[in-house]
Ligand binder design. Structure first.
Ligand code: TLP
Length: 345
């Protein structure tokens, strides 16, 4: 058996040779002084690709979202978000602990969207007793909703409702370029009606580290102060930004391969009795486990050399990425098939 086929996340991807060469050749300076030419170049590229005035390079998607929320809200404000969103589920309650915002979670629709009527109803009218509802957060692609690419019309509609009531809108676009490739619509158009948008380099784009927050110039200036507050002011960060520049130039279009691999993986899993996978729109396969215990299956997969993660009490997740080729998917399916034939769970 060759090594384990690691489908736990696209975050496990390792830099390619070309990216490593770009990292080694990076021109650097002290970015807290604004002196790092590679970070400056990356921030200009990110602003332009997202259709925003300015951008801020940060350590992670979690930091991008936290800095966004901190910069958008005042302490005691309320933010609206989906109950399946990454910010609500996987960011250690940073919005409450650091941004001092109260989260009001609305049920995500199965396709990752939100019911416009519910959003409208959740916005509180001004009142002495109530928190101010000041921010709506949307996610695209939607991780827990199986990597769904949210149609731009839905984002526009939600943003219009929020803006009509004086809220701002932040888009967690950790996998924004997967959405771009799946929808065939430029990232800037997807994010057009959102005030701010973040996206990650360390997922499908294959970088070791880094995310970016994009928005109006004044907002990003304030966000830069909040990044410093969090200890996120980095020095010769061009070492990392060089990988991100390389990824934007080389690794965006290839995301279509990850999407095709995810579709193939889901199709193969569907053919095996115990699993009910989604129809992946991007690089995320989530499969409900219909028989046996989830932990049992994950252990058996791991023993057979296929790594996946639990994604709910009876659901597993597999994510395709730059280090996984079509041949790896076929091999993963052969391994899983052997496991399923033995029915260990
Ligand atoms: N998601 C990770 C885990 O935290 C679940 C993954 O493996 O998918 N927004 C979205 C939509 C994300 O999926 C993630 C990471 C983040 C933000 C946070 O990014 P990082 O991990 O860079 O802080």
């Amino acid at each position: 058996m060759t090594g384990a086929i690691d489908l736990r996340s696209d975050t496990v991807s390792k830099p390619t040779e070309g990216m490593r060469r770009a990292i080694a050749a990076a021109e650097v300076g002290d970015d807290v002084f604004g002196d790092d030419p590679t970070v400056n170049r990356l921030e200009e590229m990110a602003a332009s690709l997202s259709g925003k005035e300015a951008a801020l390079f940060v350590a992670s998607g979690t930091m991008a979202n936290l800095v966004a929320v901190m910069t958008h809200v005042r302490p005691g404000d309320e933010i609206l978000l989906g109950d399946q969103s990454h910010i609500f589920n996987y960011e250690v309650a940073g919005t409450a602990r650091v941004a001092l915002a109260q989260a009001h979670a609305l049920s995500n629709l199965p396709d990752g969207g939100l019911d416009p009527a519910e959003v409208r109803a959740a916005i509180r009218p001004p009142n002495l007793h109530t928190p101010r509802t000041s921010l709506l957060c949307i996610e695209n692609t939607h991780n827990r909703c199986g990597g769904a690419a949210i149609p731009v019309g839905h984002i526009d509609e939600l943003a219009a409702i929020a803006h009509g009531e004086g809220l701002r809108v932040h888009l967690d676009g950790a996998r924004l370029f997967n959405a771009q490739v799946a929808l065939g619509i430029p990232a800037a158009r997807i994010a057009r009606e959102c005030d701010t948008v973040s996206f990650c380099f360390s997922k499908g784009l294959g970088c070791p580290v880094g995310s970016v927050l994009c928005g109006p110039a004044g907002f990003i200036a304030e966000a830069r102060r909040n990044r410093k507050l969090l200890g996120g002011g980095m020095r010769q960060a061009g070492i990392l930004a060089a990988a991100a520049v390389y990824a934007l130039e080389n690794n965006v279009e290839r995301l279509a391969e990850d999407h095709a691999n995810a579709r193939r993986l889901a199709k193969g899993l569907r053919g095996l009795g115990p699993f009910a996978p989604n129809e992946p729109e991007t690089n995320i396969v989530v499969a409900d486990v219909l028989e046996g215990s989830l932990e049992g299956w994950l252990r058996a997969f791991r023993d057979a050399g296929v790594l996946a993660v639990a994604f709910g009490p009876r659901r597993l997740r597999m994510v395709t990425h730059i280090n996984i080729g079509a041949g790896d998917i076929e091999e993963a399916l052969r391994r899983v098939e052997r496991v399923a034939a033995a029915s260990p769970a």
